[in-house]
Design a protein around this ligand. Structure first.
Ligand code: GDP
Ligand code: ADP
Length: 234
């Protein structure tokens, strides 16, 4: 039997006009991968195409790469500045990665989550574990794998941002990083970039719909069950 797609009129149009966008809690969407597998590429696609997610910009002591922007890709700081931030308890988490330190600043994340804002984190497995221990209910962990180690090497070379020595250090660490795949909720292989993006996007959309994140659901269902049966959408 077909579905009636004709425009609605009268009472049925009024019934259909309820705003059923329910209030929800934001989430902390973590993307991790061995260096070169494509998490920065996927993160940028999400930021460009989804107006509801913001980036958690990490602080790092590593030098800026050509094309990177201070305050957008990272907050680039000296060792002394990083030490001071640790002392002042400014980090949610921080870790040594390669020869440098990286950390997630506390900023305004907690309050923004309550208001329904989502945050994207490009952090490694150590940071992921720390965030998960602090805030299991808000964290969604996605691990991106390359289709092969040969392709990973090609991508690191093709990116053109690291010397051969740095690339070989990153390749040496790739196996160790991949061994943490089972500490994640989802694992996606980045072969074709658009396909990978679509899968990551589907994960994000489904996680946003989770019952426990939809804080407006209780009021909505109470309204439905009230004598007049009118939903309340906050
Ligand atoms: N724990 C933690 N790891 C981070 C943070 N920021 C970046 N990283 C990780 O540090 C690693 C190196 O990052 P980067 O130098 O940008 O190299 P890339 O992964 O090759 O682009 C990556 O695995 C990032 O996910 C952070 O705030 N905390
Ligand atoms: N699916 C893909 N196919 C081919 N090249 C890719 C793909 N995904 C990413 N790349 C390229 O590989 C390089 C590494 O990607 P990047 O996003 O910087 O990785 P990561 O942030 O994980 O270190 C970049 O030059 C990027 O354009």
């Amino acid at each position: 039997m077909g579905v009636d797609l004709r425009p609605r009129s009268g009472a049925s149009a009024a019934m259909a006009s309820h705003d059923t966008t329910l209030q929800r809690r934001g989430l902390m969407f973590i993307l991790s991968s061995p260096s070169g597998a494509g998490k920065t590429t996927i993160a940028r696609m999400l930021l460009d195409r989804d107006g509801h997610i913001g980036m958690s910009v990490s602080v790092t002591t590593r030098p800026m790469r050509p094309g990177e922007v201070n305050g957008k890709d990272y907050h680039f700081v000296t060792d002394a500045e990083f030490d001071q931030m640790i002392e002042e308890d400014d980090f949610y988490e921080w870790a040594h990665v390669f020869d440098h330190r990286y950390g997630t600043p506390k900023g305004k994340i907690r309050n923004a989550l309550k208001e329904g804002k989502d945050f994207l984190f490009d952090i490694d497995w150590q940071g992921t574990q720390q965030l998960y221990q602090k805030d299991q209910q808000d964290v969604v962990r996605v691990f991106i794998l390359p289709p092969s180690l040969g392709e990973l090497h090609n991508r690191l070379r093709g990116r053109g941002t690291d010397s051969e020595e740095v690339i070989s250090g990153r390749m040496d660490r790739a196996r160790a990083e991949i061994s943490h795949w089972d500490g994640y909720d989802y694992v996606v292989i980045n072969d074709d970039v658009e396909e990978c993006y679509t899968k990551v996007r589907e994960i994000l959309d489904a996680e946003r719909m989770k019952r426990q994140r939809q804080t407006g659901l209780i009021g909505f269902v109470r309204g439905l069950m009230s004598p007049d049966g009118e939903p309340q959408s906050s």
